[in-house]
Write a protein that binds this ligand. Structure first.
Ligand SMILES: Cc1cc2nc3c(=O)[nH]c(=O)nc-3n(C[C@H](O)[C@H](O)[C@H](O)COP(=O)(O)OP(=O)(O)OC[C@H]3O[C@@H](n4cnc5c(N)ncnc54)[C@H](O)[C@@H]3O)c2cc1C
Length: 383
């Protein structure tokens, strides 16, 4: 988004998967490769690239690297940064640098690759991206559990983690989101006030054992209904409903703003209580879903009329203050961009922000790359 005007550079024509090296377990891709296409290509070779933002049918690897994208599978496998071994990057003066490596290990100099991942297009333009792959898990099992409330889901997640289980996904949907899904035609138990969508992987027997232990953990906290997908089609239907959720929620009001925040996973219930109280006070409708295992929630604010904007802003600021008070962070996967820039000082000290500005100046002295992102030109005001 060229918020300061200027030139938009599109890399969407750079769609070549240049190499899938099965002996080294890595892939080299151009930045315009659509993530879903990479998944399909490496899985055909028996390999696996875990990061899976829910936008995977349309988002591209350049954007994933620039945003350090995560996704449901991050609970077990981590986020994009864990898989970027090397980056070809073009600096604003036209110089080409090759940061990183093609090997799994490597500690030469500063970790410039790590710095570029998540830089939101403000430091350099990525060319070829070298990604680590892992062997494709032979089997996957999906479970859906319905509960009375988000507090029970929090307790269930606690039980699962305490039992030493690491499902690859633990997705949470709150009552407002379930209602949006019902409105979109999904038949869901009317008693349910929260859902966990979980997935385990490994060999077949390991999946069955993990599913059994997860089911025990859910029983302990009083699950209403637990469904284990019996085949790939049922599994796809469960995930399609999850991926459709953002558009389903979008239909509820004329305007929707999805905030992406993280709190320690045991504080998810408390954060959602605070959000509900703020919604009551400000009269702004909100609902939440997200990656419960990581404590990463997408709190959605919905409104119809421009006159409600001041209340929406108040609700958002309250959310950010609550997140920081609960020991969380302002973004788990969408980055700071334009909208969150004024709130950065809530989380980071003036010294830390100033150090990051110095890094930006070293890469881009005239501030030409993605101006207005992370560091607004007016500086960070007090919140
Ligand atoms: C429906 C939906 C669901 C989503 N779910 C998730 C989720 O589960 N997890 C998650 O982490 N995110 C999620 N996202 C956001 C996600 O971060 C983006 O979809 C994705 O990572 C960005 O890729 P893109 O191709 O859309 O990038 P764009 O939006 O095109 O670009 C994003 C940023 O990257 C920069 N950029 C792009 N290419 C380059 C390049 N070659 N060099 C340097 N900078 C570049 C751009 O300048 C821009 O600042 C979701 C988004 C949507 C719309």
């Amino acid at each position: 988004m060229p918020v300061a005007g200027g030139i938009v550079l599109s890399v969407s024509g750079m769609t070549s998967i240049k190499d899938i090296d099965r002996r080294e377990g890595l892939a080299v891709v151009e930045p315009g490769v659509v993530l879903g296409d990479l998944h399909a290509a490496v899985e055909k070779e028996g390999w696996f690239y875990p990061p899976d933002p829910n936008s995977l049918v349309g988002c591209a690897l350049g954007g994933n690297v620039a945003e350090n994208a995560g996704g449901p599978r991050a609970f077990k496998y981590g986020v994009t940064r864990e898989y970027v071994l090397g980056l070809e990057a073009f600096l604003i003066g036209g110089q080409r640098i090759q940061a990183g490596r093609r090997t799994r290990k490597g500690v030469t100099g500063y970790d410039v690759t790590g710095l570029l991942v998540g830089s939101e297009g403000t430091l350099a333009v990525f060319g070829d991206i070298t990604l680590e792959l892992i062997p494709k898990p032979p089997a996957v099992m999906t479970l859906m559990a319905l509960f009375d409330s988000v507090h029970q889901t929090g307790r269930a997640v606690g039980e699962i983690v305490e039992a030493g289980l690491v499902p690859r996904c633990i997705e949470l949907l709150d009552s407002g989101t379930l209602q949006a899904m019902r409105d979109a035609g999904n038949a869901l138990d009317p008693r349910a006030g929260a859902m966990l969508l979980m997935e385990v992987d490994g060999d077949e027997r390991a999946c069955e054992e993990q599913a059994e232990r997860i089911s025990d953990a859910c029983d302990k906290v009083g699950v209403l209904e637990l469904l284990v997908a019996q085949d790939a089609a049922q599994r796809d239907r469960l995930w399609a409903a999850r991926r459709e959720m953002s558009p389903a929620v979008r239909r509820l009001a004329r305007h929707k703003l999805s905030e992406d925040v993280v709190v320690p996973r045991q504080k998810v219930g408390e954060l959602l209580d605070r959000v509900a109280r703020a919604s009551e006070r400000t009269k702004v409708h909100s609902l939440a879903y997200g990656h419960a295992g990581d404590g990463n929630l997408h709190v959605n604010f919905l409104w119809n009329d421009e006159s409600e904007l001041a209340s929406v802003d108040a609700a958002i600021e309250q959310l950010f203050r609550d997140v920081i008070e609960l020991g969380g962070t302002l973004s788990g996967e969408h980055g700071i961009g334009v909208l969150k820039a004024p709130y950065l000082p809530l989380e980071q000290s003036a010294e830390l922000i100033s150090l990051q500005r110095d890094i930006k100046r070293a890469f881009d002295p005239s501030g030409l790359l993605n101006p207005g992102k992370i560091f607004p030109s007016g500086g960070h005001g007090a919140c």
